[in-house]
Design a protein around this ligand. Structure first.
Ligand code: SF4
Length: 295
């Protein structure tokens, strides 16, 4: 049975080239402090939800804040190692942007974000499933595997996100991620979810807030989810990895994209030559990719 992970699938949806570099060629993911920060907040709230499910209370705010600071500290240690591994293929602009991000400010916003979450949202959520694994067949011999952040005892799926920019009228009904969670929920519990909530903690040093988008069910039904996932798998198997961003997109810039050098080389020499250079025999690959790991 072939499998595709939810994170791999979302990577392809956001950027097929990114999928090629990381999942096909095994180049390490570009380390970013902001990802480590998001990870530490996620880990803190996950631990809190697990505890709350057990004892009905979970962590106190101050405990959650201590947990976050420790988790972020550990993640930053990993970040340093990952940065050294990735340094040869990162641009000067990317490295300079990373250097200018202040860890102290990130800790302050994280602490504020947790305080806001505990005041505004925590009293209203009773966790049921926490980081629950799902797997469902997309078609014969192809399975999608992933995890749902959390569901509550009323059968509502919660996807918790942290952001620095207030999301505006984002329509969760067309979000493919949530549509997949809904199918995943059904595969775990045998029942349809009662609703889906995308809960954002908008981080700011002085004015963190919660923004939520809730719907009963997403626009995309199960049949469409399965068809889209199968189409993406077919595209991957046929080596279709186009850059789909507009030429002037900020995402495809030296500052933001950790794969910018590969992107430029792929554009310059073309796909066959690029693959011949980087996806040769396993021995050749090991020599070439000193900093290669698979996640
Ligand atoms: S430069 Fe653009 S298309 Fe290429 S990997 Fe980066 S984000 Fe994706």
């Amino acid at each position: 049975m072939k499998q595709i992970s939810f994170s791999g699938l979302m990577t392809y949806i956001r950027c097929p080239e990114h999928y090629l570099f990381h999942y096909v060629l095994g180049v390490v993911k570009s380390p970013r402090k902001v990802f480590k920060h998001g990870f530490a907040l996620h880990e803190t709230l996950q631990y809190h939800f697990e505890q709350k499910k057990e004892d009905g209370n979970g962590l106190k705010l101050v405990e959650a804040q201590e947990f976050f600071v420790e988790s972020f500290g550990n993640a930053l240690e990993e970040y340093k190692q990952e940065l050294e591994q990735a340094r040869p293929f990162l641009t000067r602009e990317y490295l300079s942007k990373e250097r200018n991000i202040k860890v102290g400010d990130m800790i302050d916003t994280g602490l504020q974000g947790l305080e806001t979450y505990f005041k505004r949202l925590n009293p209203y959520i009773e966790p049921d499933l926490v980081e629950a694994s799902f797997a469902f067949a997309v078609r014969p011999n192809l399975e999608l595997v992933g995890r749902i952040d959390m569901t509550d005892t009323k059968g509502v799926i919660h996807e918790l996100k942290t952001t620095r920019v207030t999301p505006n009228t984002q329509d969760v009904r067309t979000d493919p991620q949530l549509a997949i969670y809904q199918v995943g929920y059904q595969s775990i519990t045998g029942q349809a979810s009662r609703g889906i909530s995308k809960d954002f903690i908008v981080l700011s040093k002085n004015n963190s807030k919660i923004v939520r988008f809730r719907v009963v069910r997403p626009f995309i039904d199960k049949k469409t989810v399965l068809r889209n996932v199968a189409t993406i798998m077919d595209a991957i198997q046929r080596n279709i990895f186009y850059c789909l961003h507009p030429a002037d997109s900020w995402i495809c810039s030296k500052e933001w994209c950790g794969y910018y050098k590969f992107h430029q080389e792929l554009k310059r020499i073309g796909f066959p030559a690029f693959m011949a250079k980087y996806a040769g025999s396993p021995r050749k690959q090991t020599r070439r990719w000193r900093y290669k790991t698979r996640s």
